[in-house]
Design a protein. Structure first.
Length: 127
């Protein structure tokens, strides 16, 4: 088929699947959308929560768009305030993670899909 339509709320929630549901939701619907080369993430952080880990890539540049709420993004050692409709481009090698403000944070992430191109950094947020 030459197109696919899915409501992001109806796609699999990886946060719940991996025991991180108390932080929010994390949907990665690439396969559910039949996408071959584009990655997409729909992420919801509950008020005052942080992502459980940071991540970076070897090849994939990403763009994040804040759809609602506000918070902060950590980019390597820099922490930046973000809000509704802010678009953040992140180079592959930069480790990144989000923290929600008092009203929560909803983010869409876009980037090319490269199999095995992600590296997780546990305990990335250090106050």
């Amino acid at each position: 088929m030459s197109y696919t339509i899915r409501n992001l709320r109806d796609t699999e929630d990886s946060a719940q699947k991996f025991g991180l549901g108390e932080l929010g939701e994390a949907h990665f619907p690439r396969e559910e959308l039949d996408a071959e080369s584009i990655g997409l993430a729909y992420q919801i952080l509950r008020p005052g929560k942080r992502q459980a880990f940071g991540h970076r890539h070897e090849n994939a540049e990403e763009i994040y768009v804040v759809m609602s709420g506000s918070g902060r993004i950590r980019l390597d050692d820099e922490v930046v305030d973000i809000g509704e409709l802010d678009a953040i481009r992140v180079a592959p090698e930069i480790t990144r993670a989000f923290e929600a403000g008092s009203e929560g944070l909803v983010v869409l992430a876009f980037g090319p899909r490269h199999e095995g191109d992600g590296e997780i950094q546990q305990d990335f947020w250090s106050d």
